[in-house]
Design a protein around this ligand. Structure first.
Ligand code: PLP
Length: 360
């Protein structure tokens, strides 16, 4: 039995009629940019996260750049960011004029910790990007206790929870991606910035719209970075089901545990107090090439997402040279994402485990 790495269409099957109706509603409205669907989705998403403000933008990468600028990050500043993450977490920093400073992770949770962040702090540190990697929830309060503002990169963590609240409500601001394969996925690109701080939200609103309030006078050099009405309408259909999708992802994690996966490889470890809605289910194995070959031979989807950590990517050379991040290097060499979706069944988990046991 083939098991795909993702199943993006299965969970949406029961929502197809509602999704069609939402698209038709936008078509009939003839409002395509910054209209009632975006406004309603912003309010609903803010409510879901437990924050006062949510502002839709074009994607999760621009969400980070815009949020950093709204927090006052600019030339001469440093922003601490993990290197074991999707490239965009760091790529979003240089466009603000600030410098990325790479920090290490906890090899069990794949997230930054107060200790790994502390090692990267300098008097020029203006903010920390805490990535909630793979759906885990980085310890934001502990990092903020160091005295630095935390921007959450929650692109992979919609639906996760923590003892302090949901991603999106933990730091000074947070960013989300609605890339189609994400836990809450649009039918194209989309992103969101959430914050408790009304002034930060206002600066974000200005920056996403050319630095203008009225398209007549321009206060800032901003961006054309907006969430489309059609994507907002599609996301509004899915948001009420996000918790159920998230529960499915947690259940899939339990299927793997009950199938005995932990006897074969290292399982991902939730951060203390977190209940991750696993976006990717990432195992660790010192003989990962063998595991990868066994899964592929059994027609089971798997992928190493970050074999070359961000600080060693060519484009990051000027900021990454000489940086030593042992846990990042180890995770980069040993991680492997295996199938994960809200609908992953126990038989599929058994299939994955059998393949890794060499019985595939
Ligand atoms: C951790 C992380 N940060 C940022 C992004 C950027 O989001 P987008 O692709 O919407 O620009 C992504 C996903 O693609 C991501 O996984």
């Amino acid at each position: 039995m083939a098991v795909p790495l993702f199943d993006t269409s299965g969970p949406l099957e029961p929502l197809r009629e509602d999704l069609r109706a939402a698209v038709a509603r936008v078509l009939d409205s003839e409002r395509y940019i910054l209209g009632p669907e975006v406004a309603a989705f912003e309010a609903e998403f803010a409510d879901y996260c437990g924050v006062r403000n949510a502002v839709g933008v074009a994607n999760g990468t621009e969400a980070l750049t815009i949020a950093l600028r709204a927090l006052g990050v600019g030339p001469g500043d440093e922003v601490v960011v993990p290197s074991f993450t999707f490239y965009a977490s760091a790529e979003a920093i240089p466009p603000t004029g600030a410098t990325p400073v790479f920090c290490d992770i906890d090899p069990d949770t794949y997230c930054v910790t107060a200790e790994t962040v502390r090692a990267a702090l300098t008097p020029r540190t203006k903010a920390v990007i805490a990535v909630h990697l793979f759906g885990n929830v980085a310890p934001v309060a502990q990092i903020e206790a160091l005295g630095v503002p935390v921007l959450e990169d929650a692109a992979q963590a919609a639906g996760s929870t923590s003892a302090e609240g949901r991603p999106g409500a933990l730091g000074i601001a947070a960013t989300f991606s609605f890339f189609p394969s994400k836990n809450l996925g649009a039918f194209g690109d989309g992103g969101m910035i959430t914050t408790m701080d009304r002034e930060v939200a206002e600066r974000v609103r200005l920056l996403r719209f050319h630095g203008s309030r009225d398209k007549v006078s321009y206060e800032q050099v901003g961006y054309n970075s907006r969430l489309d009405e059609i994507q907002a309408a599609i996301l509004r259909v899915q948001l009420p089901h996000l918790d159920e999708f998230a529960d499915g992802r947690r259940r899939a994690g339990r299927h793997y545990q009950e199938a005995g996966l932990g006897e074969l490889v290292k399982l991902p470890v939730p951060v203390a107090g977190a209940s991750p809605a696993w976006h990717l289910y990432v195992i660790g194995d010192s003989q990962v090439a063998k595991a990868e070959a066994a899964l592929r031979a059994a027609d089971i989807g798997c992928k190493a997402y970050y074999r070359t950590p961000v600080h060693r990517q060519e484009a990051m050379r000027q900021w990454g040279e000489g940086v030593d991040l042992p846990a990042t290097e180890y995770a980069a060499q040993t991680h492997l994402a295996i199938p994960m979706s809200p609908l992953l069944r126990r038989e599929q988990a058994d299939e994955v485990v059998a393949a890794l046991r060499g019985e595939g």
